[in-house]
Design a protein around this ligand. Structure first.
Ligand code: 3HC
Length: 309
């Protein structure tokens, strides 16, 4: 059996591929691309929410948001550790993010303008991420699957705390309910874009499905998210942003309106509201953190030389 045949045998048998296993170069490259961009999304996603920690309306809300943002940083580190097993260094990852050769989720290029956005992001963005990440727990690459299992445990808190903000606002004053509706209107469609282009337009899906990197397609996961969100919007007593939404008895799913793909490609190609700001902030924070990395390396070298004596 050739290495390729043995690799495909393992994939078809549902076995995990581990770092030391033989794998096709394109499998490795596709994983480096997806896992690194997933990690970048977690790290950049800390910015819109981080901006609201000092402006949270209560100490309880501040504590919750602080722990969520801290969780996202941890998720980014799990994913960077998983992708480093494929032979890429942390410096190369950071360089790709900061130079724009690597992407991160377009949703984080939308500004978080009100406290209602903290609710919509937790509820819709983390809600969409959960739909995607629960599926990725079954991805064929071992370190990625294990990182997903760990991350999914924390994501449900993220989504629930966001939905609780939306419940509080939608049951509050007219102005608070209007704030919740405005946040829903601004974040609903970008949340659908998180699942990527239609399967027919997806550059990577066919091979990602064949190699079981992806276990469900962009459109299937998006449909799951649309279906689950309808009832949640009803409970909030808010208006659904999609005027074309309609239950399709035959399909057993909701038919929904067309996504603005011009906006999607415009944002992922760097022309979103906050693309430049997000990267400038990351570069500044990375440079300001140089002393921490130097101290860690000095400590590591000291420990190493003490061991050698
Ligand atoms: N934002 C930015 N780029 C996107 C995108 C999005 N929402 N959706 C697709 N793209 C990019 C892809 O990266 C690819 O570009 P590339 O070739 O330069 O990498 C191109 O558009 C074509 O899309 P494909 O569907 O062919 O690409 P994929 O097969 O990689 O599918 C994906 C896209 C569904 C996002 C897939 O990569 C994936 O499942 N990634 C893992 C999950 C993830 O990254 N989630 C991001 C959010 S994490 C998050 O929200 C954390 C939460 O805790 C806040």
């Amino acid at each position: 059996m050739t290495p390729e045949e043995n690799f495909m045998r393992k994939i078809e048998a549902g076995e995990k591929i581990e770092p030391k296993d033989w794998m096709p170069d394109d499998y490795r490259k596709n994983l480096i691309r997806q896992i690194s961009q997933h990690g970048h999304s977690e790290i950049i996603g800390m910015q819109p929410e981080g901006n609201w920690i000092t402006r949270a309306p209560s100490l309880r809300r501040k504590g919750i948001l602080l722990s969520k943002v801290q969780d996202e940083g941890g998720h980014g580190l799990y994913l960077y550790s998983a992708v480093e097993t494929l032979g890429i260094s942390r410096n190369e990852l950071i360089e790709a993010l900061q130079t724009g050769t690597a992407k991160y989720a377009s949703i984080f290029n939308y500004p978080a303008q009100t406290w209602g956005d903290m609710g919509a992001i937790g509820w819709l963005v983390d809600g969409a991420a959960i739909v995607n990440q629960v599926s990725l727990q079954r991805t064929s690459y071992g370190p990625y699957a294990r990182a997903m299992i760990r991350i999914c445990k924390e994501e449900s808190f993220h989504q629930r705390q966001g939905y609780e903000i939306m419940v509080t606002l939608s049951r509050g004053s007219a102005a608070q309910k209007a704030m919740a509706q405005d946040s829903l209107n601004r974040f609903y469609w970008p949340a659908l874009m998180m699942f990527g282009p239609h399967d027919s337009e997806s550059a990577h899906s066919a091979r990602s499905m064949k190699w079981k990197i992806k276990r469900e397609t962009n459109d299937d996961l998006r449909q799951k998210f649309v279906d689950q969100t309808v009832k949640q919007i009803e409970v909030l007593g808010l208006e659904h942003p999609d005027k074309d939404l309609k239950w399709n008895e035959e399909r057993g799913h909701y038919d929904f309106g067309e996504i603005d793909w011009d906006e999607f490609y415009n944002v992922i190609n760097g022309n979103g509201h906050a693309n430049r700001q997000r990267i400038e902030h990351h570069v500044r924070a990375h440079e300001e953190g140089e002393w921490v990395r130097e101290a860690m390396h000095a400590y590591r070298d000291k420990k190493r030389s003490a061991k050698q004596q």
